[in-house]
Design a binder for this molecule. Structure first.
Ligand code: FES
Ligand code: FES
Length: 177
């Protein structure tokens, strides 16, 4: 079957099998491998992308269901002005180790900040509660998203060694929720 959708602002069209999941369409057909595929059982959240500005787990969506919709992946976070503040926050505050969960975390974080520009640590933990990180203990992820909230215009030159990046994490390690 033929499917047509908008991905990161560009219309794309491809011939696919009806059973093709959106995560595989993005990775295998479009080579947008920033979206990761972790569990295929809707548990890990590393596959989160946006469909019409709402975060979805792309392993739970058939590519055919995304036909006619607007999909955004982590590759679409960066603009001509540079990295999104969320991406900068993960750099500033060491929000990743292996990076496997990071694309999904960033997409969820951007969606959260778009509807709540100043979320508390608890609200951040609730937002990412459907996503698993096996490396960081979540504290630096929460801190990274808080950094983005505090820097909506991104890093300034003086932020190159921003104190947020060296302060002890305000949250203890553990489950995000
Ligand atoms: Fe989609 Fe794990 S691959 S939730
Ligand atoms: Fe490794 Fe999150 S940074 S799984």
């Amino acid at each position: 079957m033929q499917v047509t959708m908008t991905v990161n602002g560009e219309e794309v069209s491809a011939e696919i099998e009806g059973r093709t999941l959106l995560v595989h369409f993005l990775r295998d057909h479009l080579r947008l491998t920033g979206t990761h595929w972790g569990c295929d059982t809707s548990n890990c959240g590393t596959c989160v992308v946006w469909m019409d500005d709402e975060p979805v787990k792309s392993c739970t969506v058939l590519a055919a269901m995304a036909g006619g919709h607007d999909v955004r992946t982590v590759e679409g976070l960066e603009t001509e002005d540079g990295l999104d503040p969320v991406q900068q926050g993960f750099m500033q505050c060491h929000g990743l180790q292996c990076g496997f969960c990071t694309p999904g975390m960033m997409m969820t974080a951007r969606a959260l900040l778009d509807r709540n520009p100043d979320p508390s640590a608890q609200e951040i933990r609730e937002a990412i509660s459907g996503q698993i990180c096996r490396c960081t203990g979540y504290a630096t992820i929460v801190r990274s998203i808080r950094w983005a909230a505090l820097h909506p215009d991104g890093a300034q030159p003086a932020d190159a060694t921003h104190p947020d990046a060296t302060e002890p994490a305000p949250e203890t390690a553990g489950s995000p929720a």
